[in-house]
Design a protein around this ligand. Structure first.
Ligand code: GLU
Length: 494
């Protein structure tokens, strides 16, 4: 079997430290796609060992976000699996055991340096203008001395004994070989003084034990990538395929997207946070389509993809390492495409919560009739409310100036509306195929343009200048209410 078809095991390993954003969504998406297309497994692992940065509710939000996007995982904290637990906070002893193994083999060491000592070292290095790094004080302590100091209750961390000589070459699937001189690397901390392993150790141990074959992650891990590969090598484990994705740039193209600088990213109805995109009326299909193309492409022209297409067509061999700017205009475009691709019933169900949230009482049957006439006219689901809210209002309140057609006086507009009212009243129901032709003739007779006559009626019936097609709308609203609204408009005009 060619390598590209072997079932992979991939993991999405978020830290529950904030809101799920576009960057995490893309990583999870690529993980999911690779897993599905190879009939492998997509694993959710929660990296929650940083108690200080832990945000309550973040784990639930992540799971909700993934499910909203359609990225259901095969193994994870809520559903278990053969390699659990899947929450790092439940795996402390496992990491300690592996840290101990490295210490025993002389590949890691206990470090008793105090924060005061370390900051003095850092200041000194700054003064000498050399890159900050651990000065090696405890690197060569004897085992006996270290154990004695532990026994005496001294606090310690465990550091990796990074080789000082030679160079290390690591391989990234997108970027090829990367070689670093070992002396430029630090003696990174693997286990903190509170006994908790840091990402460097915990994630490597987990990836190995969970049999992860492909590590897909953000490029913020490139600087410590050599350390991660060194850890694998120190344990004698087979390395996964390493894939560091491109960074996201801010919409301006200037600088990296950062969840800490949300002001520039969350405005004018846009956001980088998944939960907010949902509230803003974006479809998960659009988020998936848009983010799939931020770092990957199929060919130079195909742009519309849904999840099943992507499962078939995605390839980690066509990932692009160059930074991708967040282009919200493109996002709107995709959202429009995916809204139009929905069935009427689906669109009706998706816009419903937006009406309910605004206090409208909506009927499913009515919504189903409205869906096809708004489909082409909304860019986000929330726009359905201002566009079609008039269907569910008891009364609309047209603005007098808006009822006056261009080139006409208020009296002339009222007179035109009265003629239309008379004509419509002569039918027992409003059937657009029946009433539209005579209404057009009426405009002719009155020597008005279609725009003038229908414009008055549109504002009268919907209360808006912009609405779905007039006759379709009137048909849905029904004869009695339509006549009522035109009468009221005439009164307002007079
Ligand atoms: N917990 C890490 C993060 O959220 C995971 C990185 C990785 O995928 O290895 O950045």
């Amino acid at each position: 079997m060619p390598d590209s078809l072997k079932p992979v095991r991939v993991r999405f390993a978020p830290s529950p430290t904030g809101h799920m954003h576009l960057g995490s969504a893309r990583t999870a998406l690529y993980d999911y796609l690779l897993a599905k297309q190879t009939h492998g497994q997509f694993i959710l692992r929660i990296e929650d060992t940083d108690v200080k940065r832990y945000v309550p509710g973040a784990e639930e939000e992540l799971m909700e976000g993934l499910r909203w996007l359609g990225l259901e995982w095969d193994e994870g904290p809520d559903k278990g699996g053969p390699y659990g637990p899947y929450r790092q906070s439940e795996r402390k002893e496992i990491y300690q055991k592996y840290a101990q193994q490295l210490v025993d083999e002389g590949k890691a060491f206990y470090c008793f340096c105090t924060p005061e000592h370390l900051s003095r070292v850092r200041e000194d290095q700054q003064r000498r203008k050399i890159p900050p790094h651990y000065d090696g004080t405890c690197r060569n302590l004897s085992r006996e001395e270290a154990e004695e100091r532990i026994k005496n209750g001294e606090k310690y961390v465990i550091r990796f004994k990074t080789p000082k000589e030679g160079a290390t070459t690591v391989h990234d699937h997108l970027r090829g070989d990367i070689t670093v001189e070992n002396h430029t690397l630090d003696d990174y901390i693997l286990v903190k003084s509170d006994g908790w392993a840091l990402y460097h150790l915990a994630a490597m141990v987990d990836d190995h034990l969970m049999k992860i074959t492909h590590v897909i992650r953000g490029s913020e891990w490139l600087p410590t990538f050599p350390l991660h590969a060194m850890l694998y090598r120190a344990f004698g484990w087979e390395e996964p395929v390493w894939v560091h994705l491109s960074v996201f740039l801010k919409p301006s193209g200037k600088g990296k997207m950062s969840k800490r600088e949300s002001a520039e990213l969350i405005k004018d109805g846009y956001s980088i946070f998944i939960k907010e995109l949902k509230q803003l009326g974006y479809l998960p299909e659009a988020v998936v389509n848009w983010t799939s193309l931020m770092g990957w492409s199929y060919d130079d022209h195909t742009e519309f993809f849904n999840l099943p297409d992507l499962v078939e067509k995605f390839s980690i061999d066509h990932l692009n390492p160059s930074p991708a700017a967040i282009n919200f205009t493109k996002f709107d475009y995709f959202n429009g495409l995916h809204i139009r691709a929905l069935t009427d019933a689906d669109l009706a169900q998706r816009v419903k919560p937006f009406f309910v949230e605004q206090g409208y009482q909506v009927e499913d049957a009515q919504l189903l009739k409205i869906a096809p006439i708004i489909k082409e006219r909304i860019g986000t689901l929330d726009e359905a409310v201002p566009m079609a809210g008039f269907f569910f209002k008891q009364e609309v309140t047209p603005v007098r100036e808006e009822l006056v057609a261009k080139g006409l006086t208020a009296e002339q507009s009222a007179a035109a509306a009265q003629k239309a009212l008379d004509l419509l009243s002569s039918y027992s129901t409003i059937d657009l195929n029946v009433v539209e032709p005579p209404m057009r003739e009426l405009a002719d007779q009155l020597q008005l343009s279609i725009g003038q006559l229908f414009g008055i009626l549109r504002v009268a019936v919907t209360g808006q200048r912009v609405s779905p097609p007039l006759f379709e709308s009137m048909e849905i609203i029904g004869r009695d209410v339509v006549l009522e609204r035109i009468k009221r408009a005439i009164a307002i005009l007079q």
